[in-house]
Design a protein around this ligand. Sequence first.
Ligand SMILES: Nc1nc2c(ncn2[C@@H]2O[C@H](COP(=O)(O)OP(=O)(O)OP(=O)(O)O)[C@@H](O)[C@H]2O)c(=O)[nH]1
Ligand SMILES: [Mg+2]
Length: 417
Amino acid sequence: MKEQDKAILVEIVEPGKREISLDSFEEFRTLIQTLDLEIVAETTQIIKQPNYAFFIGKGKLNEIKQIVKLLEPKYVFINTTLTYLQLKNISTEIGVPCIDRAHLILMIFSMRAKTREGKLQIELSELKMRLPDIVHNEKFLDQQVGSELGLKGPGEKKIEVRRRFVERRIKVLEKKLLVIGKQRELRRKRRRKNNIPIIAIVGYTNSGKSMLLNRITLSKAYVENMLFSTLDTLVRKGSLNDDTEALFVDTIGFIRDFPHPLIYAFHSTLEEVLDAWIILHVVDVSVPDFREKIDSVGETLLELKASHIPRILIFNKTDKISDEKLLQYKNLFKEAVFISALNGEGINDLKDRIRKELSLLFIRHTILVPYTEQNILAMAYKETRVLERRDGEDGVYLTIEGFKGNMEKFKQFFVFP
Ligand SMILES: Nc1nc2c(ncn2[C@@H]2O[C@H](COP(=O)(O)OP(=O)(O)OP(=O)(O)O)[C@@H](O)[C@H]2O)c(=O)[nH]1
Ligand SMILES: [Mg+2]
């Protein structure tokens, strides 16, 4: 068996917040193990006031340096967000790359990215993470050091060149992604017009979204017990009963404090959530901190401007908890649907619930389309369900049914507004 590369962990704790950070530190460990690294040492530092150049204190830095010498790890991970400059400084000092939480998540994304779009999105995130430091910190430091030495100019010029280089590359990447995004947008547009309900499956990473998609749509999306196994959206048709079909969209898993540059770069992928008529928020009910995870998914949805979309809370993996706990949660979360995507329990209840929510979103209207507006007539036939037609003197009377959001465009033709 191949020997695993080693990693050292540095846990940063805010004074008095030790208890709160335990789960998030456990998650940090899991993230590192996702990269197939063996954690050989851990150290903690309580930090009141981070050091500008290194974040951690001098004593801790020396301690880490000693551990690195002894254990020869490939990386040192630190469970917080550092500036690029701090990462660079620590890395230089200890002799191996120091990686913060945002970059760790980026490394995992990078390992998973298979499509060209995914790879471009990763490069864009990386540069976006680096840019503010080039602009603010490096400039600031360089100016300070420069003026202390009575020098000015060359350093600044170097920073300027680097900044411009990065900015130019960001522009190129954005342009390339825009082109790819256009194709995606076209697919989305077609989907939106179909009058088939779009249902997005959203949730914390590893909560069981892909397995639920497979369960409902009888497909074979990639399911794995690891973080971020899905990096692209996947759309599959599934039926809710004999005559209701819907498109189910599997999405990238969320994580607490989702790094902003990643959200920015993966925007077009994440935007698919915005087309959804209903969001299925999948929660792994078997982990102790599922409440915090529910909140952080809520925050990310807010950030994506998707919080207005009706949401069904789904507690998954009920097969992993005791009957007492299940009963307790059912009493506490009356609005949630409890399922096991693994053994299929609760799936029929979920389908009933989705149908019920959908029925609230379908509305009916009678429209009067003048004979001169043939295109509107064609659109009505294509994008809604026509229940009745009567050809009158002043035009065609149609009774149509469709998704609330799609009916807006026929507003001026409504017989009864
Ligand atoms: N016991 C149990 N395990 C489940 C259930 N649903 C999913 N899992 C397991 O949970 C792990 C994650 O499942 P996925 O469907 O890949 O989760 P995901 O939310 O798509 O994860 P990412 O794409 O990585 O964000 C896998 O090991 C599944 O086998 C369930 O109902 N019960
Ligand atoms: Mg998945």
